[in-house]
Structure formats: C-alpha cells, structure tokens
Design a protein around this ligand. Structure first.
Ligand code: GUN
Length: 293
C-alpha cells in the first residue's frame, strides 16, 4: 500500500505557484488577489476561509475576506457580489457555502461573473468543463485529478466508482474522470442515497472516490484488493487524545481499508490540502486571464 501524500503534492504545487507569481509581479506590480465572502459563524466554514487566507499569503497572493452577519439579506449579499464582479483589484472570489437558509445558493452562484468564479460553480464554468473547453475546475475534483496525475496512476479503461453526487465533488469528478483525457478515460459509476447494492458497486471499483459525507462509511468489505481509494470526507469527531478535543476522520475506515489498497489518501493530509491548492491555481488563471481572455 502506498500513501498518497496530498500535503506534499500541495506544497510542491504551491512552490511552483510562488515562483511563477514572483516572476509575474516583476513585470506587473499587481499581485493575484482572491476574495472570500462568508456569511454567519459556521465553524467549519470559518476554518476553511482562514485556511484559504493563509494559503494565499504563502504563495504571495493578496487576499481579502468579507465577513457578513448571519442575518445578512440575500439582496445585501447580491450587492456585494455585484461590487466584487466589477472590482478591478480582485481577480477571483468565492462565496463560502453553505449559506444560511434564507439565502438561495443557486441565485448567489449564478450572480457571480463566470470570469471571477474561481470555485468553478457557475453553470457557465460547469458547462465549459462538460464541453471540454478551458474552465475553472471545481477545486476538489481538480485536486483529485492532479493527485492521480502526479502519482502516475493509470486511469484509462479503469472502473471508477464515485460515492456521492454533490455539485461540488461527486458530479464534477465523475465528469472529469470519464472525459477523453489523461487522467480520464475511465468507465464511471456514480452511487448515491438511492443506489441499490452500494457495497457491490463499491467493491467492483478499480478507483474508488468516497465523497458521501458519512464518517467511515467505506469498510474493508466494500473495497477490491489493490484498488486506489480517494477519501474526500472531512469529519471532526470527539477525541480524548488530542489537545483540541477532536480529530479528523474521512468517509473511509482507513485502518482496515488501507491494508487492501494499492494507493490511498489519508485524512488529514490527502485531498484536503489539494482543494485549497486548486483554488490558488484557479486564481492564478484568473489573474493571467487564461480562461476568459
Ligand atoms: N464549502 C465546502 N467546500 C467549499 C468550496 O470548495 N467552496 C465554497 N465556496 N464553499 C465550500
């Protein structure tokens, strides 16, 4: 079994970005600038946004965060998005999800200018991705594809089973891995809450992507010998062994599944660091006007 070290790959890519940024700002004194909008006090969202700010600093990007109270109206949020759409100082921005229940996520995502949508959630970017056109790829699927690529994991002709069909991970990664590309060219099965015999599908996977959002859902009996297992889950579970009082677990029961795999991503240190890296890569593309000219 080989551990896929997402932390190391993410660091390597961030070094590449840092070097490129240093070179680019020699020619142009403006630095790439990522903005994030967060509504409310959700602790996981606050942690993600703080991680994004830290990552920006580490590669020489400028970052700014708009922290809005829980009771912000949809109209007020849309006004801030309109402002960021026009702000020439900002290359790309994200609105952290989930949003409070009184705000329509769909409306918010659709109001973002696709050329600044570095999350890749706008229908224009999803449509471009499906058509094989240059697009901002959603950060987690982008990170997963890069892990497969950098570990030289063969995907062509393989059966890839994706557990979960979210707009953020399951659906886009299923599209990326089935496209005519490398990595890609997989036969992809998407399993979800209505799938019958999920264990059998899962156990038939050469590449298993667990993005189902349930702690340690994938057990050893659900994994084929020598499968490649990519764990997208991040769950805080109480622990008496850590100072913080919790530890992170994934969607995969790591200890028993790892023994059967050819490759596996750990949690933490697998897919997680690659997600923020994907966002940095998209922001650099926005700065260079690579997708929309
Ligand atoms: N919430 C969980 N993951 C993400 C993400 O990648 N982007 C945004 N905007 N919100 C999220």
């Amino acid at each position: 079994m080989k551990l896929i070290d997402g932390k190391k790959i993410a660091e390597n890519i961030r070094m590449e970005i840092k070097t490129e940024v240093a070179r680019l700002i020699d020619d142009d004194d403006k630095t790439p600038h990522l903005a994030a909008v967060i509504v409310g006090e959700d602790p996981a969202s606050q942690t993600y946004v703080a991680g994004k700010e830290k990552a920006c600093k580490s590669v020489g990007f400028q970052s700014s965060v708009y922290k809005l109270p829980e009771n912000t109206s949809e109209k007020e949020l849309l006004e801030i998005i309109m402002f960021l759409n026009k702000d020439t100082e900002v290359d790309g921005f994200i609105v952290q999800l989930p949003l409070p229940g009184h705000i329509s996520e769909e409306k918010v995502i659709q109001s973002i200018n696709p050329s600044k949508d570095v999350d890749g959630f706008h229908p224009a970017n999803l449509g471009r991705m499906i058509s094989g056109l240059p697009a901002y790829l959603p950060a987690t699927p982008y990170g997963i594809v890069q892990l497969l690529e950098r570990y030289n994991i063969e995907t062509e002709g393989k059966h890839c089973v994706v557990l979960g069909r979210s707009n953020i991970v399951g659906t886009p990664v299923s599209i990326l891995l089935s496209r005519k590309a490398s990595p890609g060219n997989c036969t992809v099965t998407v399993c979800h809450s209505k799938t019958k015999n999920i264990k059998e599908w899962s156990a038939s996977a050469d590449i298993l992507i667990a993005a189902i959002g349930q702690t340690e859902f994938v057990t050893a009996d659900m994994v084929k010998d020598n499968a490649v297992v990519i764990d997208v889950g991040i769950h805080r579970v109480p622990s008496t062994e850590t100072k913080s009082g919790f530890r992170l677990k994934g969607d995969v029961k790591f200890d028993e599944v790892a023994k059967k795999c050819s490759y596996i991503t750990p949690v933490p240190g697998g897919v997680g660091p690659m997600t923020i890296t994907g966002l940095l890569q998209n922001t650099l593309k926005a700065y260079k006007k690579e997708i929309y000219g």
